[in-house]
Design a binder for this molecule. Structure first.
Ligand SMILES: [Zn+2]
Length: 380
């Protein structure tokens, strides 16, 4: 029977190929919001396979059990195994040989063995001001600015703050001061994508002077430019997430904040959100300021019958878990072939790895997300 609606003249092979392409796009849509995370997870899997000499698809049960035992955090292991299941579904391969009761048992045990994640304490603006003062004293202007931006923009430090770029919105971001010497100086940061906002976002923060010169984003940025004489192209900062956390703890100790080792970079985002809650900001403003968005959450808002603080805490905890899961597990370097020989071009795994890259951006108009966050922070 001839397929219905074949375009005139198109041969069957062309139609089938385009249907297959469409099938792939639809399958990838199932992980559209987590593409970077899935890519990282699948890369780890292929590295592990190269290391132990296993095939990435339909591996043995023993290989997958060993893989699980790599993880210190059982919940992370569950996430990596989910990615492996996704890969098999995508490549239409069976999981029956490894997704067994033994694997389920091991994952249950791994979760029980995991030490519960301690929530990083939040870093309120009072502490941020102390950090900025200490960093500025030590001529560490980069760290001073990073603290202000992390707080005021509620940035996720590892993937939003640290990779900031002056003017490469297609690559990651663009940072500029609007109306620098006029009545309304504003720091504008355009991000190519943000968790929950794959099409990107433009964030703006206005001047807080004179009531809060330290936390005024546009002026902190202009001061930093003047003090560092940084050429305005490429990356703003050269720092890894690990170095950032180490430095944060050093400055917390100098500022005489108790238990500096318990802090992490999540603290800035939590601190600003919690301070906004304390100042009775409407939950919708807080969520927009931090770009938290989830279907479940919108439903909460509609019901108007929930404890807003409880919802915010839930979302912030969710933030922490997801960021923790992005941390790569520790793995020794491969001792056999490099990954590229395993992921050969055209193999199903290669197709999935390529597919799991974020799609090229079409031209887009970023949504306008300017919220007057400064309204919630009167002078200290
Ligand atoms: Zn200002």
């Amino acid at each position: 029977m001839a397929p219905c609606g074949l375009p005139g003249g198109a041969d069957l092979d062309t139609v089938l190929a385009s249907l297959d392409e469409r099938t792939r796009e639809i399958a990838i849509a199932t992980i559209a919001k987590s593409l970077p995370s899935y890519t990282a997870k699948l890369n780890l899997w292929t590295s592990f396979c190269a290391f132990v000499g296993s095939r990435p698809l339909e591996p043995s049960e023993a290989t997958v059990l060993r893989y699980v035992s790599l993880f210190r955090n059982g919940r992370s292991a569950e996430g990596y195994i989910s990615a492996l299941r996704w890969l098999h579904d995508f490549c239409r391969r069976s999981v029956a040989g490894w997704d067994t009761r033994s694997l389920a048992q091991l994952l249950r045990g791994a979760v029980k063995l995991s030490t519960p994640t301690r929530k990083a304490p939040s870093i309120g603006w009072g502490v941020v001001r102390k950090l900025v003062a200490r960093a500025t004293q030590g001529q560490d202007h980069d760290f001073a600015l990073m603290c202000v931006l992390a707080s005021v923009f509620l940035f996720r430090v590892p993937d939003e703050l640290l990779p900031l770029r002056f003017s490469e919105p297609a690559q990651h971001s663009a940072v500029a001061v609007e109306d620098p010497h006029g009545p309304t100086p504003t720091l504008r940061i355009q991000l190519r994508s943000r968790k929950n906002l794959p099409t990107g976002v433009v964030l703006r923060r206005g001047c807080l002077c004179p009531r809060d010169k330290v936390m005024c984003a546009p002026h902190a940025f202009m001061r930093w430019l003047a003090r560092t004489s940084r050429p305005p192209h490429g990356r703003l900062f050269r720092m890894s997430p690990t170095s950032f956390t180490r430095l944060l703890r050093i400055y917390l100790r100098r500022a005489e904040v108790p238990e500096p080792e318990s802090y992490s970079s999540h603290g800035f985002r939590r601190g600003t959100a919690q301070a906004m809650v304390a100042r009775d900001a409407p939950l919708s403003h807080i969520l927009t300021a931090g770009n938290w968005r989830s279907a479940a959450f919108v439903e909460y808002l509609d019901k108007q019958a929930v404890d807003e603080r409880a919802v915010l805490h839930l979302l912030m905890d969710d933030d922490d878990v997801e960021e923790d899961n992005l941390e790569p597990a520790r793995l020794p370097p491969p001792r056999r072939e490099p990954v590229s020989t395993v992921v050969t071009s055209g193999s199903p795994v290669a197709v999935a790895a390529v597919a799991a890259r974020p799609p090229a951006k079409r031209s887009w108009e970023p949504p306008f997300a300017y919220k007057r966050i400064e309204n919630f922070f009167p002078p200290p």
